[in-house]
Design a protein around this ligand. Sequence first.
Ligand SMILES: C[S@@+](CC[C@H](N)C(=O)[O-])C[C@H]1O[C@@H](n2cnc3c(N)ncnc32)[C@H](O)[C@@H]1O
Length: 339
Amino acid sequence: MTTINPLTDPKDPFGISQLGLGFASAKLLLTALELGVFSTLAETADSEAAVEELRAALGLHPRAATDFFDALVALGLLERSSGRYRNSEAAQRYLVRGESYAGGFLEGANFVLYPAWGRLTQALRTGAPQAEGDFEAMLSDPAAQRVFLAMQDSLSAPLVPYLLGAVEWSGWSTVTDVGGARGNLAGLLLRAQPQLTGRVFDRPQNETPCAEHARTLGVGDRLAFTGGDFFADELPEADVVVIGHVLADFSLEERKVLIDKAFTAVRPGGALLVYDPMPGDKPDLPSLVASLHMLVMTPAGAGYHPGDCGQWMLQAGFTGVAEHELPLGNTLVTGRKPR
Ligand SMILES: C[S@@+](CC[C@H](N)C(=O)[O-])C[C@H]1O[C@@H](n2cnc3c(N)ncnc32)[C@H](O)[C@@H]1O
């Protein structure tokens, strides 16, 4: 499992300082993405540029441009040879827009999570979220909505192979992704399972982006969208209901309400799949950091123990509840609805 800057050597006199300054490395990467460093280099002739060319292309002041680019070299994001910069292999693969782009979450993190984490002390003292802006208003602003949706794509796409491997899909023909954003996860499931048709249930504002994204993924004829409020409305019936990166946004009571509603929506013989950051008994940094994202972003959200999720599912009527470890601090809990 991935770890984030853990303290490994208790005798290293610089370890603590480096841990405390980890924000600088993070901000170098986030700012490089915001400025378009990696895409600019990828589009430059020969995919490389001297400091002056790159500085001018990005519109940077001369004062610290060389330090900035060299710091990106030191981080392993750029390479420098004979005074010319190019993307490292990792940056070229994951930070230039394309199939394997992993920057969507980081772009959103730069605008939303980074400022909110700057007020972590207040969040811990008050229990109140520290994010600026209103979620519904954000969904109605096309630019902000695009960043948010790309962020969700980057978080859910790496989990798809694990969802495909955790349960046997061949006997099922329909899936509903509750809070499925613009249908990235549902679309990727449909691509892998040609017998499936799917439906995303999410805020009405995400209908058009979902239809466009489904077409891009080549499943426009098999992925539908229902707009609504999952607390006020019934969930669309399906063999499989997926609730991913949703329950952790809400309070304990609200999570149980959604799991009960999912039990009604799953057809007999079908399954509920819930994934989220779920810190377990052993402190695990990725899931704890994800849980603290909920502290700074939401009024009552938090990660939760996988065993608790299993209990809520059993109480709702599911059987055969099982836990599966996923990457990036996530856990998947599955349960079956008896025939
Ligand atoms: C954190 S995103 C999760 C997206 C996706 N499932 C994933 O795994 O990345 C939560 C989603 O729930 C949707 N959502 C939040 N409150 C909702 C509500 N009351 N009714 C319907 N959708 C809601 C949001 O619009 C958003 O797309």
